[in-house]
Every structure is written in structure tokens, then in C-alpha cells.
Design a protein around this ligand. Structure first.
Ligand SMILES: Cc1ncc(COP(=O)(O)O)c(C=O)c1O
Length: 388
């Protein structure tokens, strides 16, 4: 390979730790609790809706920002669940997952060299996507176990180049759910320093005994916030690639323009199927979903405590960060490899989510597994715990 043929902004990147761990896990036939793939089957209703859409020849490009039925369904969801009104006609753009929403928003709204604040631990894709968009991500440490932030530290990291702050609530990998008061504090900073707020809410329905608050619903924030989400996690359809960005009209227009240029539109029949899902499911579908994941979280956190890999019990999303020191490894990657080889269960090294040392003491497990796989993983880890 001639390195001169690779763009400088990409040459410095390695493919995500998460994918590398998946390969290592497959090589030993292990149980993959590393990748954030929810491997429970998609709902029958949605699958049938997708088949019907294909059979009805919904196979052409939709409007660049998504088919009307899905945009209307999303606007309705925003009003009822997120408590913020977006006009389906010009303030919602259907994208290729929340990942597509983020990439388009960065390209549409920020300039190369701009700084974007990101709470740490962060989702690696956020960090690296910002990097390849030519931005400089700046970490704001969240202190475990409750992942509180220091408002003075945020202020101290703001420079004349700072243009935006990213909020991910509920957060991956921390499971942090930002409280209303915390969001109000961040909102006040955004207003004071005239920052954009990009908010990734893909786990919006997965909170445990805590309300989900959308930044855009706070006073003064709708005009400077881009709300990003998707149905990857909610409907267990990570491979369908249906997500969205919602923002005030000028921002949404710019995001839509980039989405159009890069992708034309999201997959047409799958947009329709997601619209049918949103129209059909009542609130109990989403509360049941949270209950299901809460149960998985509780089972797994109990097991981690039992085997001495102490968990930081998450308030939302479907990941658990755990203390890896009991493995006695030199760093988090070695700890993850050791655990995989000794127990047959794959986790992700905590270092994938931090710029500094903090992540070296952590592992991240994804509990979005079927009950059978989760039980098998618990058995294997319990056996490991008994032997080591
Ligand atoms: C915080 C966060 N945002 C976005 C994504 C990707 O979502 P999508 O499939 O909608 O692109 C993930 C997936 O793990 C995630 O954890």
C-alpha cells in the first residue's frame, strides 16, 4: 500500500477497537458482549411492513430528507415524547442512522479547524467522525461513578475556536442519563458562548427510573440544537440504517443538503416500515423495552459484582462499564483479551472510550443479548470467576 494514496485525516486512524474485538471473538467462537449490536430479532410487525413495502414497489429514491409518512410520524413522536415541536415539512431529515445524522450535521454546520466539546468517556465513532470531518474534538471528563461534570472545567476548555458541544444521553459507554438540571447548566453555557448543541439520543427509550430529557425542549435551545436519533436500537434494526436529525429550519436545510449529496436518501422501503412501527406502537412498547433491558442490566451487574469485576451500574442505554483490575493485566486491551481467552466472553477495552489513562482500568460489556446468550455468558463468567 502506498501511504501517499491515503488522506492524512484517515491515515492516522485505526479501525475501531470494537470491530477488532469482534474478529478476535469470532476466531475463538466466544460470546460477543463487545459490539453494541442488539441481536434480539426485529419485531414481526416491522419485518412484515418492510416486506409489504418492497412488494408494493416502494423502491425509488424518496425525497432527500425522507418520505412524508416517516417525517410526520417522527414529528408526532417529538411532540409527544421529547416535548419539542419540529415541522415535518422542513425541520426533520431522515438519515442513514444516527451515524449518518452526525456526519451530515458536522459537515453541514461546522468548519475544518473548529473545536467540538465531547464528554469523556465518549462513543469512539463520535470522536473519530469529528476528526475526519476536520474538527478538533476536545474531551470534558465525566467523573465515575455518577459521571458528574465540572462546569468550570467546561468553561476552561472553551476557546475562540469552540463551536459546538456534543451531548449523548443516555450515554454510550457510561449509561449516564443527563438530568434536567445538568442539561440546563450545559444549555446556559451554549447560550453564553453561542455554541451549537448536537445531541445523540439513540437510547432515548432506555432509561431506568430516570426521565429522558431532550436538550431541544429546554428554553432557548431549540434554535441551536440538532437532535439526532434512530430506530437501530429501539426496533432492533441496526443494519437497516434508519435515523434522523431534527433542527430548526436553517440548520435542517443545511443538513438535508449534505444528506442529499452524500446519500440521496435513506432506504425507501425501510423508511416506510419504520413509519408503520412508530404509528402502531403505543407507549407500553417503549416502557416494556426499558423493562427488558433493565432486567438484563440487573442480571449482568449482579454477576459482575459476584466475580469481582465491579460494575458502574448504568442509568440508561445497554452497556456496563466494569473495573478490570481483578484480571491483573497491564492495560485494558490485555484485560479484554485475557478475559476472552479464559472465559470465552468478549468485552471492549475501556481505553477505546478515553483519551487518557482512566479507560485502562475498565471494560465495557453490551447487555443487548438474547436471554439465552446472556445466561450463557453469565455461566461462563461465573466459571471463570470460580477458577481465577
Ligand atoms: C451513542 C451512539 N450513537 C449512535 C450509534 C449508532 O447508531 P445508528 O445505528 O443509528 O447509526 C450508536 C451505536 O452503537 C451509539 O452507541
Amino acid at each position: 500500500m502506498n501511504r501517499h494514496h491515503i488522506a492524512a485525516r484517515v491515515a492516522g486512524l485505526t479501525q475501531s477497537e470494537i470491530r477488532a474485538m469482534t474478529r478476535a471473538c469470532n476466531a475463538v467462537g466466544g460470546i460477543n458482549m463487545g459490539q453494541g449490536v442488539c441481536d434480539v430479532p426485529a419485531e414481526l410487525l416491522i419485518k412484515e411492513a418492510a416486506k409489504t413495502a418492497i412488494d408494493s414497489d416502494i423502491s425509488l429514491y424518496t425525497r432527500f430528507d425522507g418520505e412524508e409518512r416517516l417525517r410526520r410520524a417522527l414529528a408526532h413522536k417529538f411532540t409527544n415524547y421529547n416535548k419539542v415541536n419540529y415541522n415535518f415539512e422542513n425541520e426533520i431529515c431522515v438519515t442513514l442512522g444516527a451515524s449518518g445524522a452526525f456526519a451530515c450535521a458536522l459537515t453541514a454546520l461546522l468548519n475544518a479547524g473548529d473545536e467540538i466539546l465531547m464528554f469523556e468517556p465518549f462513543y469512539g465513532y463520535h470522536w473519530n467522525t469529528a476528526y475526519i470531518a476536520g474538527l478538533n474534538p476536545v474531551p470534558i471528563p465525566l467523573a465515575p461513578p455518577d459521571f458528574a461534570f465540572d462546569v468550570e472545567l467546561i468553561r476552561s476548555r472553551i476557546t475562540p475556536k469552540t463551536r459546538a458541544i456534543l451531548v449523548n444521553t443516555p450515554g454510550n459507554p457510561s449509561g449516564k442519563v443527563f438530568s434536567r438540571a445538568e442539561l440546563e447548566t450545559i444549555a446556559a453555557i451554549c447560550i453564553e458562548f453561542d455554541l451549537l448543541c448536537l445531541t445523540d439520543e439513540v437510547y432515548e427509550y432506555l432509561t431506568f427510573d430516570t426521565e429522558h430529557v431532550s436538550m431541544a425542549s429546554l428554553p432557548g435551545m431549540r434554535e441551536r440544537t440538532v437532535t439526532m436519533g434512530s430506530y437501530s436500537k429501539t426496533f432492533s434494526i441496526t443494519g437497516w440504517r434508519i435515523g434522523y436529525a431534527a433542527a430548526s429550519e436553517p440548520l435542517a436545510r443545511a443538513i438535508g443538503m449534505v444528506n442529499d449529496l452524500y446519500y440521496n436518501c435513506a432506504p425507501a422501503p425501510l423508511q416506510r416500515a419504520v413509519a408503520v412501527g412508530i404509528e402502531t406502537y403505543g407507549p407500553e412498547f417503549y416502557t416494556d423495552l426499558a423493562k427488558t433491558y433493565r432486567k438484563k442490566r440487573d442480571i449482568f451487574c449482579e454477576l459482575l459484582t459476584e466475580i469481582g469485576l465491579d460494575p458502574i451500574v448504568p442509568k440508561g442505554a445497554y452497556y456496563v462499564l466494569a473495573d478490570n483490575r481483578r484480571l491483573g493485566a497491564a492495560n485494558a486491551k490485555d484485560a479484554a483479551m485475557k478475559l476472552l481467552h479464559e472465559s470465552g466472553v468478549a468485552a471492549i477495552a475501556g481505553s477505546a472510550f478515553y483519551t487518557g489513562e482512566t479507560g485502562e482500568g475498565l471494560l465495557r460489556f453490551c447487555v443487548a443479548k438474547s436471554d439465552e446468550d446472556l445466561a450463557r455468558a453469565c455461566d461462563q463468567l461465573r466459571n471463570w470467576g470460580n477458577k481465577h
